[in-house]
Each structure stands twice: as structure tokens, then as C-alpha cells.
Ligand binder design. Sequence first.
Ligand code: CDP
Length: 136
Amino acid sequence: MADPIVVVGAALLDGGRLLAARRSAPADLAGRWELPGGKVEPGERPEDALVRELREELGIDADPVERVPGQWPLRAPYVLRVWTARLRPGSPAPRPLQDHDELRWLTPAELWDVPWLDQDVPAVRDVAPRLTAAGR
Ligand code: CDP
């Protein structure tokens, strides 16, 4: 089997809330919500890819905090790996620049109010306990 290509997803936490991003493309994913991120480029460290993707897609300066254990299969050859992340002090607020048309900061009670991409659901479930532990 070919080596998987890693897609990094960010569980961006702030004030006890999780950022969810609604995809605007491609058509089969539009309207569904995801953890923002994207493909790791050849030779790139996944943590660096995460920082780059968050800058490109949301215009923010953010740092990965810790890896959420596990990985989740996407359409072959991709697998999703997730890191929690936080905004650097002084970062602009996230805004949808690419791939997304709406953002929401979800409280723990709101976590399942959006239709997540099926493939992101297990990762969101694993992140949920960290949300309540993340301070408010
Ligand atoms: O931005 P880039 O082209 O690197 O990647 P992307 O189009 O955002 O994501 C690559 C693939 O991973 C797409 O097929 C997305 O549907 C999938 N993906 C996902 O399933 N869940 C995420 N949280 C992020 C991406």
C-alpha cells in the first residue's frame, strides 16, 4: 500500500470554545463543517503544515499545542491527524479566506450543533474533553 499522505487538522481552542469552519468547496463537501487544515507538503513537518494552513485559510498566527492521539482515514491515500492549537498573542481573529464561508466558535454545549464532515466526527469526539479543560 502506498504511504499515506497526512492531512493535518487543527482543533483551535480559545476561551473553552472550539473553532469550526464550514467548507465552501468542493461541491460534495460544501456546507459541512471541519477542523481547518490541509495536506502536509513533501518534506514539511506536520506542525509546520498546520501553522501554514491556518495562516492561509484563516489569516491567523497560531501554534500547535499537542497531538490528539490516533489518526483517521480519509479518501485514500489521505489520513487525518489532529493537533490542538491556540492563537498567538496579537494574532488577528480568524476569518474565512479560502475553502470556507463561515466560522463558529463552539462551546461544549454547541459542539454537535453543526453538521461535521463524517470523517472529522471521531476527532471532534476525542477533542471534546479538552474543551472543558481549556479554561474559559
Ligand atoms: O488545503 P489543501 O488542499 O492542502 O487541503 P484540503 O482541501 O483542505 O484537504 C485535503 C483533503 O482532506 C480534502 O479531501 C478534505 O476533504 C480532507 N479534510 C478532511 O476530511 N477533514 C479536515 N478537517 C480537513 C481536510
